[in-house]
Design a protein around this ligand. Structure first.
Ligand SMILES: Nc1ncnc2c1ncn2[C@@H]1O[C@H](COP(=O)(O)OP(=O)(O)O)[C@@H](O)[C@H]1O
Ligand SMILES: [Mg+2]
Length: 282
């Protein structure tokens, strides 16, 4: 399902626009939406899910015009949404929770509901834990329950808002793999502020900043932009005083801060405490 967004603007009362004339086409498959906190990712996703009305602009999802009421209702039938802050009932088991949501979604036949919930628990690899209370679930397991509820109606469009935030590395990889598998037959729109999530799963992505599109293209195009701008410096001593350090990781030989300043590029390798070991971080 292709999404066509043009001139999309959302201004919350008394604020600067959260989305500011956004034009974007999202093709079928898995697509990444990358941006820092406050960039407008959640606002965009809530508008696509029909939960929030835009101030201006047009959106088509597949054959539907989401700016019209009829289109919004039609889209809600083919859409699954995992919000950034999905609340679960801690005293329910995963199976009970999904059964409850399925009932709310209108799957009234008890045996159909039981079958569908069973299938989805399998898809998200929670069958073995399905009868444990959600209270004891890890963050990653809860996120997988969230995906299961978003898949109840077998949606052609799946919107997932920052699903990997707060997950440990193993769960994050597992979750990314699950989303890739799900994108086979549908559009999966994944928002994140973690570049790696998108790099590992999406061929194409958009980067938002202050409600505007600042990049749209492939992961390779984006990393090419970092070429000769982002560097890894290996240093056993303190971080260099110049430049902007965007991350610092402990290493067996010292602390390699990542630096976005071209001043620290190998052009002046003497700045690194181990000349020749400075390299592009990509
Ligand atoms: N309900 C709201 N009322 C007022 N301002 C909001 C609301 N939701 C988001 N914003 C503002 O809109 C901007 C975009 O927020 P959001 O869409 O949540 O970005 P992201 O999901 O990328 O972090 C931010 O400046 C945020 O403070
Ligand atoms: Mg958000």
């Amino acid at each position: 399902m292709r999404i066509d967004i043009s001139g999309l603007t959302k201004t919350y009362k008394g604020r600067v626009p959260a989305l500011d004339g956004l034009d974007l086409i999202v093709p079928t498959g898995m697509f990444g939406l990358l941006g820092a906190n406050g960039a407008g990712k959640t606002t965009l996703m809530r508008i696509l899910a029909g939960l929030l009305r835009p101030t201006a602009g047009k959106i088509r999802i597949g054959e539907y015009d989401v700016t019209a009421r009829a289109g919004r209702l039609a889209v809600q039938r083919v859409l699954g949404y995992l919000p950034q802050d999905l609340g679960v009932y801690p005293d329910l088991t995963a199976r009970e929770f999904l059964d409850y949501i399925a009932l709310l979604k209108g799957i009234n036949d008890r045996s159909a509901r039981r079958r569908r919930v069973g299938e989805l628990l399998d898809v998200v690899a929670l069958t073995a834990d399905a009868d444990r209370r959600l209270r004891g679930y890890s963050g990653g397991m809860r996120r997988r329950v969230g995906i299961a509820q978003a898949l109840l109606a077998d949606p052609r469009l799946l919107i997932v808002d920052e699903p990997t935030a707060g997950l440990d590395p193993e769960e994050r990889i597992r979750f990314r793999t699950l989303l890739s598998q799900l994108s086979g037959q549908r559009t999966v729109l994944l928002s994140t502020h973690i570049v790696d999530d998108v790099a590992q799963t999406c061929r194409e992505l958009a980067v938002l900043a202050s409600g505007r599109l600042v990049f749209r293209g492939t992961v390779e195009d984006l990393t090419r932009r970092a070429d000769r701008r982002v560097w890894t410096l290996i240093t056993p001593g303190p971080a260099p005083a110049e430049g902007t350090i965007v991350s610092a990781l402990p290493d067996e030989g010292g602390m390699p801060p990542r630096d976005t300043s071209p001043r620290c590029a190998p052009r002046s390798p003497a700045r690194t405490s181990r000349p020749g070991r400075a390299r592009c971080a990509r």
